[in-house]
Design a protein around this ligand. Sequence first.
Ligand SMILES: [Fe+2]
Length: 235
Amino acid sequence: MLNHETIAVKPLFDRESCTYTYLVWDKVSKDAILIDGVKENSDRDLRLIQEHSLNLKWTLETHVHADHITSCGPVAKKLDAKIGVSIHADIHSGECVKLEDESVTKVSPNMSFKVLFTPGHTSCSVCFVIDGHVFTGDTLFIRGCGRTDFQAGSSVDLYNSVRNKLFTLPDETIVFPGHDYKGEIFSTIGEEKEFNPRLKMSNSLEDFVTIMDNLNLALPAKIRESIPANQQLGF
Ligand SMILES: [Fe+2]
């Protein structure tokens, strides 16, 4: 795990969908958050929570995923944690807390999470800022970003979210993405401002839209089952 002054971050990977899940905890109180859990990996995540004697307080979702089914509902229910989703997410289950843009939620004496509403990949996408780290979901990847061609996505919105919200964070902020397809684990805001081929500071909005318009990606294999299941929080 990655040890910082007050918190620990354990990046976890789903090989099938290349999704990152993050277990983040207060090193003193052991209060914990699970971000973007994947259904098939819930036994692994529950084992880690037990091994580290953590008190899971929250499961958080960066958006309604199209490529995998979330574990947030079942894991939160099992451990009596809260489920946090964007206030803009189209969730058909009452068992969650709708999080507002810029809201700060205290989890433990040393750990809070701040919500940044970052539409673009989907119209409900959010990022979470925790003590100098930003968990970017599919808004910003290492040297890339999430696609914008379904779920009310918008390249213009994604560009503005990254430029006006994420790239205004301090350059040393550590970026933990929602996926990686190239074998990288984390980055920084400063690195992405300089080297992200889609969103670097020297690219204009027009450059970005042209790149996104020409991706020609196939739909995710599990999109038909994932979106409705995730609108029910994976229950
Ligand atoms: Fe996504």
